[in-house]
Design a protein around this ligand. Structure first.
Ligand SMILES: Cc1cc2nc3c(=O)[nH]c(=O)nc-3n(C[C@H](O)[C@H](O)[C@H](O)COP(=O)(O)OP(=O)(O)OC[C@H]3O[C@@H](n4cnc5c(N)ncnc54)[C@H](O)[C@@H]3O)c2cc1C
Length: 278
């Protein structure tokens, strides 16, 4: 049995973290509590972030969408602000686990878990999201790509928590797409995932394409050559097939219990072809 502390504000949280340097924080618990039961997570007492109102707000200010780290996937994907400024993120969050997992799991927990298969991460990378990290005495802001260091590794320092995700509006990207291939439709970790943002001009020519893939490397992969190859072209099957080859060259998947590396590489390119029919 673990002791669980329930701070009701950031002020209370800083006091508890100061008193309990060996503690482990969690939000929805859908990752940490599973790992703890399996003996892979340590730290006592547990400090639950669920009751801190400052972490549960979504708002827009200074041209940025600001999502509290404690927002659940269900709330985030249903938010009118998220659907207006970053529909690709809403699409990605809808594909996490099951309704029960999405009702408990949070965006902060998905980011801090830093899984190569974390479904929010490809979308957050192409949205140029930043994370706001606070401790009792400090505050810093990092691009998501700098925060996630490797599988299960982040730049989080002792005494620090993720409080907010900041996202510049992506309303001018007409194509916003997320697709995940797993072993089944729900309750499945991604075998490969793709998030895409494409801005077209009035003639239907690509002005900017941003692509990110999950589960095909230790962290999210941005296939920059494929992005550049699409610029200046229509989203035709020919252009996408050429870019798909560049996607396959950019990824470095592994064999594991869910799929072979060769399968992942093939599918990573194939996912791009879907943009032809959107
Ligand atoms: C059945 C099942 C299915 C799942 N399916 C998917 C899936 O399809 N896709 C997917 O991406 N994930 C999936 N997951 C994993 C998990 O649900 C998600 O990663 C979820 O977003 C984690 O959020 P949480 O709030 O529950 O994290 P928690 O378990 O509370 O925490 C996870 C980690 O993040 C840290 N943490 C949490 N919040 C903060 C914060 N604000 N600041 C600092 N550190 C923090 C904790 O210390 C812990 O190390 C699944 C899990 C289960 C059990």
């Amino acid at each position: 049995m673990s002791l669980v502390l329930l701070p009701a504000s950031l002020g209370e949280l800083w006091a508890m973290l100061g008193d309990e340097p060996g503690c482990a924080v969690f939000a929805g618990g859908t990752d940490l509590l599973v790992r703890k039961r399996a003996g892979f997570a340590h730290g006592e007492p547990l400090v639950c972030l669920d009751r801190i109102p400052e972490l549960r707000e979504i708002h827009e200010s200074d041209g940025l969408l600001r999502i509290g780290a404690g927002i659940t996937h269900t709330a985030c994907s249903a938010s009118p602000l998220v659907n207006k400024h970053a529909p690709v993120l809403a699409l990605a969050l809808c594909r996490i686990g099951s309704p029960q997992v999405r009702n408990m799991g949070t965006i902060g927990g998905n980011i801090c878990t830093a899984s190569p298969a974390g479904d929010s991460l490809p979308a957050l990378h192409i949205l140029n999201a930043e994370v706001v990290l606070r401790s009792r005495k400090s505050k810093r802001v990092l691009p998501i790509a700098d925060f996630i260091r490797g599988p299960g590794k982040t730049d989080l320092r002792p005494g620090e928590i993720l409080v907010e995700v900041r996202i510049p509006s992506a309303v001018d990207f007409q194509v916003q797409h997320f697709e995940k291939v797993g072993q089944r439709n729900a309750q499945a970790i991604a075998v490969v995932s793709l998030a895409a943002l494409v801005r077209l001009n009035r003639r239907g020519i690509v002005e900017e394409a941003r692509l990110a893939l999950g589960s095909v490397g230790p962290t999210v992969v941005r296939p920059r050559e494929a992005e550049e190859a699409l610029a200046g072209r229509r989203l035709s099957l020919t252009a996408l097939r050429q870019a798909a080859e560049l996607v396959r060259s950019a990824v470095s998947p592994i064999d594991d219990i869910r799929a072979t590396a060769a399968y992942r590489k093939e599918v990573a390119g194939n996912l791009l072809l879907r943009l032809a029919v959107l």
